[in-house]
Write a protein that binds this ligand. Sequence first.
Ligand code: SAM
Length: 192
Amino acid sequence: MPMVKSVLKFAHHLLEESVELGDLVIDATCGNGHDSLFLSDLVGENGRVLSFDIQEQAIQTTKQKLIQDERTNVTLIHDSHENLNEYLSIQKNVEVGGAIFNLGYLPRSDKKVITKGDSTLKAIQILLKYLRKDRLIVLVVYHGHEGGKEEKEMLLKYLLELDQKKYNVLRYGFINQKNNPPFILAIQKKQD
Ligand SMILES: C[S@@+](CC[C@H](N)C(=O)[O-])C[C@H]1O[C@@H](n2cnc3c(N)ncnc32)[C@H](O)[C@@H]1O
């Protein structure tokens, strides 16, 4: 067993640390559904995963996986994560146990449909309001594609200024890898 986890393995490790059975959690970029399935296991049958994507293709691919696996605890939402408030505010006393964003474009799909700094930041700000104390928002930051650098810089600027009394912000990545390797940013809420 290697001592150092890959970026994707570490993202899942952080989610395992954050999420508990019965939680409501968010997959902000469902894509091919890998993270949604992972979260579905973590929250169990009494929990719920809300999975967002702006691409019909992503929603359909994930839907097929959920049917095959007989999962009933994932709700697919064909909408931008920047509209998260519409889906969270309709529930009473809602709290979020954890969230993941896999930024960039959907592999083997249109490379022009990418996550963007403005909407990603808006979604993070909404989630920070609903996030339970001690829990995490995990971002896997892919930034080698066109438009990726702008999103990365917007995120870093915002997160570097988050009040350390209220949040821990972590960065994890491999600094000797070539070609703009992805890295993780994770925000832990310290206070209610
Ligand atoms: C890197 S992929 C996600 C991979 C996914 N987590 C998986 O397990 O396969 C990024 C996804 O974000 C989606 N996306 C882009 N902008 C979005 C937005 N504003 N709201 C929700 N999804 C968005 C894209 O359509 C794409 O499917």
